[in-house]
Structure formats: C-alpha cells, structure tokens
Design a binder for this molecule. Structure first.
Ligand code: FES
Ligand SMILES: [Fe+2]
Length: 355
C-alpha cells in the first residue's frame, strides 16, 4: 500500500524552499497565452513562485521572457500589463528595448569601464505549445516537447484551435494550503460525491470517470451528463507540476489553471476560460455563466476542503495516510495522487533530498 508523503513536506519553510528551487525553478511553467502579447510592445508580468517574470513581444515579432529585475540595482522594470516601446526602470530611469538591450543609463556612460552593450535584461527560456506560453528558469532543462512527449497531440485530439482562442472570464482564488494539497485535490474525483454533491455531480456522470497516466502529465476524463452530444466531455490534462488544460465541455471552450505557490501554506489558484474565435455572444455568455457557476460552487467547495486538510497536515496528530490505489482508475481511486507523489518523490531524490 502506498502512503502519502510525510506532512512536513507540506508545512515547513525549508521544504517549501526546496520545492521552489528544485521544482518550480526547474520545470516548464504555464504563464499565459499568445493573445496576451499579440502586438509588438505588448507585455505582461507574472510570477513563478517568488520570481517576477516579464513577457514581451519584440520589434522582430519574437515573444521573450525576462527576469523582471533591472540589472542596475535590482528594481522591477515593469508592472502589470500593457504596451511599451521601451521599459523604463522607475528607480533611476535606465531604459531597455523590448529585446532586453539597454538603451540609456543616465550619466553612467561617462563612468570608466561602463559598457552599455554588456548590459541587458536577463532572458529566460520561453516556449510555446498550442498558443500557450511556458517559461523555464532552468537553462539546462529539456525542451517542452521532450519533457512532455505526446502532450500536444493528446490535447489536440480532445480540443483544436486553442492557439486562436480568446479569454472571456478569469478568477483567482486563495487556497490556504501548500501547493501540493491544491494539486492533489484537483487530481482526484474520489471526493466528488461528498464534497461536490450538488455541483460537479449534477453536471457530469462521475461514474464514468477515468484517468490515464502518461508520465509527467495525465488526463482525467468525465462524461458530460447534460447535452453531451452537443458539447462533448471533460478532458482535464494535468501537466506536472502545477498546470492544467481543461477541455471544458461547453461550446468548444477551454479552462486553463495555474496553481501558484506563494508560501508553505498559501497558494494562488488562477482559473481562466477561453472560447473559440467567432463564438456567438449567446454561446459566450453560456460559457461565462457556466464558468461563474463553477467558481461559485466547485471552487468554493474545494477551497474549504484544502484549508481543512492543511490544518490537519499541521496537526501533531497526523503524519501521513494510506492512498486508495487500485487496478481500476475509476472515480473511487487515488491513482493520480499516487502518481503525482511518485513524481514528487523523484524530484526530491534527483535534487539530493530524502523522503
Ligand atoms: S535599479 Fe533600475 S535604474 Fe537603477
Ligand atoms: Fe473538487
């Protein structure tokens, strides 16, 4: 029988730092969609754990990612999102091109040894899959395609056209728990019957639930209960360690999710809903209504249970517990949790840690 990872991995600062350095700063992190940087000069900032990252589209049409840190004395070079010709650091007004090159550093050019050409924003790796932008802070990491073989084809087999979709609804929910509690919760439907008795179970035929494990990613499947012929089924692609592309079964929509760790017992859960280009206003309104309903019910129900789980993990009365792993990957199983914990244990060992 497989038991869960000991609770200290979910509670203390040292393990949280370990996760940040060895998982979040070494894996491909979903940060946004190409539509957010459609035009030259479009930019947005985002966070990967505690690292602020700037994404911008250059004059050459290339989308780049940088650490959002001025090479002068470390102030942020941008906030929020918008469109710029240059990034001008607010602290001492050094300015940078969209390519990251330094343009002007007031008075510094007279300083002996100062070489403008040597100074630029530090670029980080960015790759695109189906219009989704992924950043990896590890210069030595394998490419996105090598890391998740078959993922792109798998998602396309369940939903085409994500590249040209547009966002219609977003919601951010605080989870008072470690990021792994949030991720584990989204990776099982064993709790659906009890926690979501009046929400998910009304929309989906939860007894149809299955999960396919593909190494560093997996797919959950649940048949839609209502208007199935019109809308299709739910396919939720979990991408190690913390991202989800959910093929949402209504009007060809997709729901994207990011589980962003902000502390040992704090996590920001970002949901967004995307619809195909040219979808009618009426159908778009239906997607927004279903997304809103989902947030107001399922998300609230999940936020409550993960909070309680975190409190339990911090209790002297708990260290770890048995996982319900069976040969069948149906609703009454925690096979995906066991799989996630195996991936987590591997990451810990690869980084020289011990469980
Ligand atoms: S820190 Fe950015 S200009 Fe000084
Ligand atoms: Fe749930």
């Amino acid at each position: 029988m497989q038991h869960s990872v000991p609770s200290r991995f979910y509670t203390d600062e040292a393990h949280f730092d370990f996760d940040k350095k060895n998982i979040f700063y070494k894996t491909w992190q979903f940060v946004g969609h190409v539509s957010q940087v459609a035009n030259v000069g479009d930019y947005f900032t985002t966070n990967i754990a505690d690292e602020s990252i700037l994404i911008a589209k250059g004059e050459d049409g290339v989308i780049r990612a940088f650490f959002n840190v001025c090479p002068h004395r470390a102030h942020a070079v941008a906030t929020g999102a918008g469109n710029r010709k240059l990034f001008v650091c607010h602290y001492h007004a050094w300015s940078y091109r969209l390519s990251g090159d330094l343009v002007r550093a007031p008075h510094a050019e007279d300083v002996e040894g100062f070489c403008k050409a040597d100074i630029k924003l530090r670029e980080v790796r960015l790759e695109t899959m189906l219009g989704l932008l992924f950043v990896n802070l590890d210069d030595t990491a394998s490419s996105l395609a090598e890391t998740y073989p078959g993922l792109e084809e798998g998602i396309v087999s369940t939903r085409e056209g994500i590249e040209t979709m547009k966002v219609v609804f977003e919601r951010e929910i605080e989870h008072n728990c470690n990021w792994k509690v949030s991720v584990e919760n989204l990776n099982e439907c064993y709790h659906c019957a009890s926690v979501h008795a009046t929400s998910i179970t009304q929309l989906y035929a939860t007894d149809s639930y299955t999960v396919d494990l593909y190494g560093p990613y997996l797919r959950h499947f649940i048949a839609r209960a209502k208007d199935r012929d019109l809308h299709g089924d739910l396919h939720s692609w979990f991408i190690w360690p913390n991202n989800v592309v959910e093929v949402f079964p209504i009007h060809g929509a997709v729901s994207l999710r990011r589980v962003v760790p902000t502390g040992p017992n704090k996590t920001r859960y970002h949901y967004s809903w995307w619809v195909p280009e040219g979808l009618s206003d009426e159908a778009t309104a239906a997607v927004i209504a279903e997304g809103t309903e989902y947030c107001n019910t399922v998300c609230v129900e999940d936020a409550a249970v993960v909070k309680s789980v975190q409190k339990g993990l911090e209790s002297m009365g708990f260290d770890n517990g048995p996982l319900v792993v069976s040969t069948e990957t149906g609703q009454q199983s925690e096979n995906a949790i066991a799989h996630f914990q195996t991936l987590y244990a591997s990451a810990i060992r690869e980084a020289g840690g011990a469980l």
